[in-house]
Design a protein around this ligand. Structure first.
Ligand code: ZN
Ligand code: ZN
Length: 296
């Protein structure tokens, strides 16, 4: 079992710090839940180096969303990416079961620039995520401006836009794992017949060669189910897409959250193997690895 999606800081915190102690605490909590390896995957938009990637990106968006996105970046993009990577490498060098990663967002039309930026770093694994369509943060459940967009838009159009964004992200080759593959459902809005979208998402994942993440974070959102939904998980598995497992914790108390429930979901889908990453290369690990010392 892995926890391949961990944040060091909750979104509400703008004043952030890096410490080996915090990472050691995460590893201990993971180990206690039978998780043998964790990936630190802070958001790329936490780092000042992301600023050029968004310059002008939202200029054509509605003013309220554009202003909200500007404020979002001003709040989050404050830390140095080099310092983050150095701390993660130090944790690894200290013998903690950690790999160095990042959660990379979809920057429409700019994934080559994203890849260029990240190319110079010794990452083990890069998660690819779609959190916004244009400047609409469709999964920002606590933000009234963004949640007010849901009734104002056509449900199928939102899902289609999300699916297109995932396809561009996957085809770019910039990332290794599709994070929370059906995040578009986070606020609880799902078409009556989602199968067409599941097929397209699974096809994009398969074509790209990426792995897909099975995440407990959805249980903590309005949608109240894991990512991906059983129907999408089954489609991904049928196409031979490999999987990671993840909590997407933003604090210690959620590290390895509901790992046993994720095991059950994987078991029901007939998935007995996961992939871990080193230097962005995958290797198979069993779902039911021993709690420690296996190297898995
Ligand atoms: Zn995410
Ligand atoms: Zn995340």
């Amino acid at each position: 079992m892995l926890d391949y999606h961990l944040h060091l800081w909750p979104h509400e915190r703008a004043d952030v710090s890096l410490s080996l102690e915090q990472i050691a605490d995460y590893c201990e909590a993971a180990r206690a839940a039978g998780v043998v390896e964790v990936a630190l995957t802070e958001h790329l938009f936490r780092f000042v180096q992301s600023e050029p990637l968004v310059a002008g990106l939202f200029d054509d968006e509605p003013p309220a969303l554009r202003a909200s996105m500007r404020a979002y970046w001003d709040h989050h993009a404050r830390t140095d990416l080099d310092a983050y990577v150095e701390t993660a490498l130090a944790a690894k060098a200290a013998g903690l079961p950690v790999v160095v990663g990042l959660e990379v967002d979809h920057y429409r039309g700019r994934m080559d620039a994203v890849a260029d930026l990240l190319d110079g770093y010794p990452f083990d694994v890069l998660l690819g995520s779609v959190h916004w369509l244009g400047a609409w943060r469709f999964d920002d459940l606590d933000d009234v401006v963004h949640m007010a967009e849901w009734p104002a838009r056509r449900l199928e159009a939102a899902w289609s836009g999300y699916t297109d964004a995932i396809d561009e992200l996957a085809a770019s080759g910039a990332c290794d794992v599709l994070a929370h593959p059906d995040l578009i459902k986070a606020a609880g809005h799902v078409p009556a017949q989602p199968e067409e979208f599941w097929d397209r998402l699974a096809e994009s994942a398969q074509r790209s060669g990426m792995a897909a993440e099975v995440s407990s974070a959805g249980w903590r959102k309005t949608c109240a189910e894991q990512y991906p939904a059983a129907g999408l998980l089954e489609r991904l598995a049928r196409r031979g897409v490999p999987f990671t497992t993840a909590s997407d914790a933003h604090r210690l108390s959620y590290v390895a959250d509901r790992a046993d429930d994720l095991r059950a979901v994987l078991g029901a889908a007939g998935v007995g193997e996961l992939v871990a990453f080193s230097g962005r290369r995958p290797r198979p690990v069993p779902v039911l690895a021993a709690a420690s010392g296996t190297g898995a």
